[in-house]
Design a protein around this ligand. Sequence first.
Ligand code: SF4
Length: 217
Amino acid sequence: MLRAVLALGGQGVVDAVFWSGLLVGGVVGRFGDQARSWPLFRQLTGGDRWGRGSAVISPATRRLTARTAEADEVTRSVCPFCAVGCGQRIYSRDGRVTHIEGDPDSPISRGRLCPRGSSSLSLVTSPTRLDRVRYRRPGGADWEDLDLDTAMDMIADRMIESRARTWQDTDDEGRHLRRTLGFAHLGGATLDNEENYLLKKLYTALGAVQVENQARI
Ligand code: SF4
């Protein structure tokens, strides 16, 4: 409104300011404190004549603070979604993650996250996120919980047994094979270069031929 008033120029401005003063006085007289809380009142009576700053900030907005400001810890990490490996800053309060955003210090992403990476908070805090090992035994109709050590031992036992049972030392003509087709490895996009390197070393050393990753850059 004030902008429109100033655009009138000359006598128009004087008239407009006069009538605005009367209007403000009348409104305040009639509505009291309620009128003082209106943005227009603050704009006409305060220092923010253009209505771009303090005049148009509501008390509710004034009470808001960024989640980053309330965090008691900031941890640097890497986005878990794909092999680009964008840097993240993870804000937490009282041991709970409250916000995740791009890390400006990352030479890879320089503070940026794609929409998927930006949704990392919901990945971490979703109530549907599985945070324990679930197991459905052969022939079973229901899933059951397993502790991690038990699950890891079961996987290791199965790999050792499969490797021994399916080991191919030579082919029909006596040529060396030294391999197993009894198991394979398919990595996920969340694996970084170092993890993929170690996995490739491990599975090749075990004699596996099919060692793959589902992601490609
Ligand atoms: S999912 Fe997006 S933010 Fe995450 S590492 Fe890949 S490109 Fe970066």
